[in-house]
Design a protein around this ligand. Structure first.
Ligand code: FAQ
Length: 312
């Protein structure tokens, strides 16, 4: 083994973080750029389904909470794009890959938010699934990504709680509110399970990502943990999950669950979900409309540094 390579594996072995200037295998760098940028895109595209309800939130309090949550997601995208930049890619090229359709983002954000209860369901189920996956990422081997994840997880747990609380209020409301709550749970449940990615047997990156300590738990392990957690929490809401096969298995010490529609998952990942086109169009439009702001900020920064240089 080459000298630098043995230093790299020694650090992994001893739980020492890999930092931007350290030597790292090309494939490690590449997989981190892929995962971190996909994660950043998910945060940014993830603002769109919720943004749909900011002007229609049912009270001032709910509106303020939703605004704060959407702003948090923008912040998460920012930390993550910055973490990706430490690996040698520019933010412009990463964003260009999203807009051209080359880069992926989480399948979940290609589903529509049809009612107010969807906002609660996103907080409880989507942020809940995100945290289940991201708590493990706080311990990933790449320093800038791991440190960003610590902050992100703190905010995500507030997001999940607000979602659950919002559904709890609906679940104790009128018959119409209870029906809206159940309908949202029914529509978001299966897509939330797909967020964890394909089954372990179909997961192309897992083996190497586990070896490199980017991932600490597999897609299926995390999905099972999530199901076990939600199957209990749904009882507090007095609602049900749309899976007739969901049943506690004493022997396994886990809930058994029904078949996930993997065909639907891959269709959404390939761009054929209910809102894929709409999401990318909204992102491209926002990028174009914000161009003058980026140009003005750059011109201002250049002017300031010129003034500073001439004063010196
Ligand atoms: N959607 O080999 P694996 C959030 C792709 S943030 C689309 O298992 P890996 C916050 C995968 O990229 C949610 N594509 O991949 C929020 C690969 O394709 P590629 C996002 C998916 O990377 C809440 C192929 O399938 N979280 O929700 C998906 O080892 C509310 C094979 O898969 C993160 O990104 C999917 N669901 O494991 C914001 C966390 N799953 O790249 C707003 C970081 C898999 O070869 C509102 N990411 N694929 O073309 C990860 O932990 C991992 O990347 C996994 C996938 C676990 C998602």
């Amino acid at each position: 083994m080459e000298h630098f390579e043995s230093i790299f594996y020694g650090k992994l072995e001893n739980e020492v973080k890999i930092e931007p200037r350290d030597w790292m295998p090309d494939a490690y760098r590449k997989t981190l750029i892929r995962q971190i940028s996909q994660h950043a895109h998910s945060e940014i595209v993830g603002m769109l389904p919720e943004g749909n309800w900011i002007t229609r939130a049912p009270s001032l309090k709910r509106k303020a909470v939703l605004l704060a949550k959407a702003q948090d997601e923008a912040g998460h995208g920012l930390y993550l794009y910055a973490a990706a930049e430490t690996l040698g890619v520019t933010r412009e090229s990463t964003i260009e890959d999203l807009h051209s359709g080359k880069a992926k983002y989480s399948s979940i954000f290609n589903y529509p938010t049809l009612t107010w209860a969807d906002i609660g369901a996103i907080g409880w189920l989507v942020d809940g699934a995100a945290i289940m996956n991201q708590v493990m990422l706080c311990r990933n081997s790449y320093g800038p990504y791991a440190r960003a994840m610590v902050r992100i997880c703190k905010e995500e747990s507030f997001h999940q709680r607000q979602g659950f609380e919002s559904l709890l209020v609906l679940s104790r409301g009128s018959a119409e509110q209870r029906a809206m709550c159940q309908d949202a749970i029914d529509r978001w449940w299966w897509p939330a399970l797909m967020m964890f990615g394909p089954r372990d047997s179909e997961s192309t990156h897992s083996d190497l990502s586990m070896k490199w300590k980017i991932k600490r738990m597999s897609n299926d392990e995390l999905r099972q943990r999530f199901i076990d957690m939600i199957a209990e929490q749904v009882k507090v809401l007095n609602m049900t999950l749309p899976d007739p096969d969901l049943k506690w298995n004493e022997e396994r010490g886990h809930y058994d669950f029904g078949a996930i529609d993997w065909d639907e998952f891959w269709q959404v990942v390939k761009g054929n979900g209910p809102c894929n086109r709409e999401r990318l169009e909204a992102r491209r439009k926002a990028h174009e409309e914000g161009r003058w702001v980026r140009e003005a900020a750059l011109a201002h920064a250049n002017k300031k540094s010129m003034v500073k240089a001439s004063a010196a």
